[in-house]
Ligand binder design. Sequence first.
Ligand code: FES
Length: 378
Amino acid sequence: MVHPIAHRFAGAREILDEIDARTRDTRDHGAETRTIINTYHPKRLRLSVSEVINETLTAKTFRLVMSDEMGVPPFLAGQYINVFADGTSRPYAISSSPAQQNYYDLTLRRVPSGRISNWLLDNVRVGQSLDTTGPMGTFHYNPLFHGADVVFLAGGSGVAPAMSMIREIVDRNLDRSFHLIYGSRRAADVIFRAELDEVAAKDARITVDHVIAEPEAGWTGTSGFMTAETIESLVGDLDKRMVYVCGPQAMYPYVLEQLKLLAHPRKRIRFEANGAPGDPTVQPNWPSAVDPTETVTVTVAGTSFQTLRNRPLLDALEDNQIRPEAACRSGECSLCRIRIVKGEVFTADEAKLRLSDTRFGYTHSCVAYPITDVEIGI
Ligand code: FES
């Protein structure tokens, strides 16, 4: 049968032939192809904790290996795996180097609102198994678009993907300069301090500056916040450099504002969203007449429950033992997509919705808040 677009434009026939040739293997050898794809891009992994490293008083690194002693599937520095725990899941950036394939290191820090991070820090021991996804995420270096001279602004455990990128530069002897500006509350909170300072002292490609918000007496480095002035004084002209940003939620609007003051274009900033907005009402489009602390009714597949308007729908569903697929929990991966059958939701700016999502009533439940009674389809 002739394909309907075969005669629509010059070259259409050749394009269709090429698509056919390139997909023939997948079609004719489906099972083998799937096995190979699953090996390199597994949807689920069962990993075993081989080591727990105390990084600071509030941060630990969990070293995870494959239970069957195979190497772990490959990843790109900056990617995360999603860890299933306590009835939900959370994404954690891998801090180890992609150059070694025996384990993933996940570095977590205790924070007041970090329910799952704190649960893992308190409960996970050597020898325990954890269920995770395979490596995911788009917050990684791209040699075609990111240039060879990058800047990374990190806060707290947001240093994890930077550590992975630095380790890769060293391990693979990459031709790339990397300037890390790492903000912490106190000097004692700096994760990987010894390794960062050592690599920066030895390797001309790596520069590390610590910015301490509440320095103790005797601190001689930079102090305060990551203001435009501080960024400029440490990295000089940002020019066409790619700037990565990773840290706690509150860091993003602040740092974006500082980079704006430096006239750095938005397209040269990559940030890793870390969870749903803590307070959706501060977003510019939150309907001001809506009281976020009131409850509404959510109905899904004939079941109804009450939830607060300022609770992300994904969290509300999980509270009620309904578990849609999810990974990034910050609006990016689209795995948690749901359809709004009835009612109104507020979707945070973080959601990377497609035009068709908006048109046909879909949203990303991890960053969507029910502002009226709603009925949803999953
Ligand atoms: S979990 Fe990724 S978009 Fe919601």
